[in-house]
Design a protein around this ligand. Structure first.
Ligand code: KG4
Ligand code: ZN
Length: 329
């Protein structure tokens, strides 16, 4: 069964074709970074317009790359939330139009459920329950996953998401947008012990808070403008990673999870990946880290999730819309 998945919730126009929920036949990601970089972040109106301009070509490229015609598809899926309203509507409308034209089912997919499925795409036999750290530009949460469709959010951020903190601190350091990859690179040359930034809410439940950490970096830079940027990047990153890893461990202990999983754009962070592998080794667990291209937004995670959703709920009605504040249930 071939499903075409569309992801347009933020600043990537992404389309993939995945067979049987597992085999990625094509995955095309057209990033809008250049359009948003000069504004220091994603501008929703520009994102929606760019999705409209790109979506047809990206769909066509995904079909060509997979060697498929529209008539070879069995269903079309789109991310229908959470995300930017105008941006989501472009993907949802395109998917519905294709579903109508080809007379095949349409499936609306939750973006967060998509990130959870990235791990299963590469490794379908993960031992349950999974303790999943889902860290992106818009969300930061630890989730207990029993099975496809069976999720329990144990904790989440009370203010900024981890990716948002990376992006804001990168801006303070003049590193441009998106900040996560820039801090990741610069931190390799820095000393993570140079500045002892706070580890917000460590040892205190499953929720996160990153707004204070970002402010601590701003105050530090104001008091010590000659700080070495690489040291700040490394010290900040270490504080975020310490917090993320400690919450993942607490969640895994709580549900007695044999498997640790990470997902979302920040899961591409090299230091986080290193530390999660260390945590798994030191606690006798398995860790599964999807490849970086499946951590950041992509169409394959949407198509893979749709395969399961079709089995669990059947098709999504064509009169359903997009929900910018959809949550994980
Ligand atoms: O999942 P994603 O692609 O989009 C959302 O759903 O938000 O995540 C994007 C976020 C951005 O904040 C970006 O800075 C961050 O992921 N990110 C990283 C890295 N790569 C992307 N953060 C830290 N280190 C990275 N290597
Ligand atoms: Zn995402």
């Amino acid at each position: 069964m071939k499903i075409l998945g569309i992801e347009t919730s933020c600043d990537e126009t992404a389309v993939a074709i995945v067979e049987d929920g597992r085999f990625v036949r094509s995955s095309v990601v057209s990033s809008q970074i250049d359009l948003h970089a000069r504004f220091g972040g994603v501008v929703p109106e520009i994102a929606s317009r760019a999705h409209v301009q790109l979506i047809t070509a990206v769909i066509a490229e995904a079909l060509v790359e997979a060697g498929c015609e529209l008539s070879d598809l069995d269903a079309v899926a789109a991310c229908h939330g959470p995300g930017l309203a105008g941006a989501l509507l472009v993907g949802v409308s395109a998917a519905k139009a294709l579903a109508l034209a080809a007379d095949i089912p349409y499936v609306g997919v939750n973006h967060l459920e998509g990130h959870l499925h990235a791990a299963w795409l590469e490794e379908p036999d993960l031992a349950s329950p999974l303790a999943v750290l889902l860290v992106s530009g818009g969300h930061t949460m630890v989730v207990a996953v029993e099975d496809h469709g069976k999720y329990r959010v144990l904790g989440q951020t009370l203010d900024d998401a981890a990716g948002e903190a990376f992006d804001k601190v990168a801006r303070l350091l003049g590193l441009g947008y998106p900040g996560g990859p820039a801090i990741d690179r610069l931190a390799r040359e820095g000393d993570a012990r140079a500045v002892s930034f706070p580890r917000p809410m460590m040892g205190n439940g499953f929720d996160f808070s990153f707004a204070g950490l970002k402010t601590a970096v701003a105050y530090h830079l104001r008091g010590a403008p000659d700080s070495v940027p690489a040291d700040i990047a490394a010290s900040f990153q270490e504080a975020v990673v310490d917090t993320l890893v400690s919450k993942l461990l607490a969640a895994a202990d709580e549900i007695d999870a044999p498997t640790l999983v990470i997902g979302g754009g920040v899961a591409a962070n090299s230091r986080l990946r290193e530390r999660v592998l260390e945590l798994a080794a030191s606690t006798g667990r398995q860790a599964f880290l999807p490849p970086p291209e499946l951590c950041t937004d992509n169409g394959a995670m949407i198509a893979a999730t749709a395969w399961w959703r079709l089995r669990l709920d059947g098709p999504t009605p064509l009169d359903s819309g997009a929900d910018p504040s959809l949550t994980l249930r």
